[in-house]
Ligand binder design. Sequence first.
Ligand code: NDP
Length: 296
Amino acid sequence: MRVAFLGLGAIGRPMAARVAARHRLTVWNRTPARGAEFAAAHPAVVVAATPREAAAGAEAVITCLPTSKDVEGLLSGPQGLEAGLETGALLIDCTSGDGATSRRIAERLAARGIDFVDAPVSGGTNGAEAGTLTVMVGGDATVFERALPLLQAFGGRIVHMGPLGAGDAMKAVNNTLLAVNILALAEGLVALAKAGVSPRAAVDTLNTSSGRSFVSESLIPDRVLTGRWPVTFRLALLDKDVGICLDLLRELGLSGPLLNRAGELLREARNALDANADYLAPIRLAEQRAGVELRG
Ligand code: NDP
């Protein structure tokens, strides 16, 4: 199939690499050097100069940008995505986006006979490389079926969550629970370290006890105890996801006191950290503030 992929960021790059292994791929990236670098590693891939050029002739286009508003912005203008998308094409937006903007994009494209699904992913850059991402899809069932074979290039579990925006809602709530876990573990592990428990023993014991989570089982052993602290997912993006979740709660008339408090704490950490800080950096901040180190 002729496919275009727009947005070769931290997760877009490995997703696009998996699409390139199965389809005839054209890529576009805002910073052209990233597109050229990708094509150098994948010689069959064509690099487009504009979103319009990328979409021209493609049966399906996949976008993976920071926000839905970025995707909406990409549609407009003489060199924009919409100018290149052909009637009958399919736009799959893998951005962790917001439902309201996704519905607006879908409506705009439907007027031109172009299908749309919101299809955010979870599983990190490792999951993208391995093709094991969970993909949370919102949209009509028939469009979901159409998108499925493409999503299988990088998805291990692909779920139709409901109507347009349902994938965005699922992703935003998931990531807010991730944020809660990160912040809670930072507080708990720092307290244990200060109480004289070795971080390794604390994490190992948690992981055979009822307080464990994905963060304690996978992220902390791999990134915090080792002192590796890689940057794979920017804290700013997690903060954006929590904001989408909190907006959703407000729209639904729910107070969500715990999630709102987590949002405040995450924002506070974001403001105290570097603009490109990783999403686990709040743990580092908690270490520094308490004067302990969780490496061990
Ligand atoms: P990055 O910040 O690494 O990359 C963002 C990409 O979007 C880059 O290609 C950037 O281009 C491009 N971009 C940014 N703004 C615009 C714009 N206004 N117009 C056009 N292109 C733009 O983000 P990630 O790849 O990490 O994340 C992408 C999406 O996937 C986000 O919604 C994120 O929440 C989600 N996600 C990320 C995961 C991760 O582990 N990283 C995991 C799951 C979901 P340029 O090169 O020019 O900067």
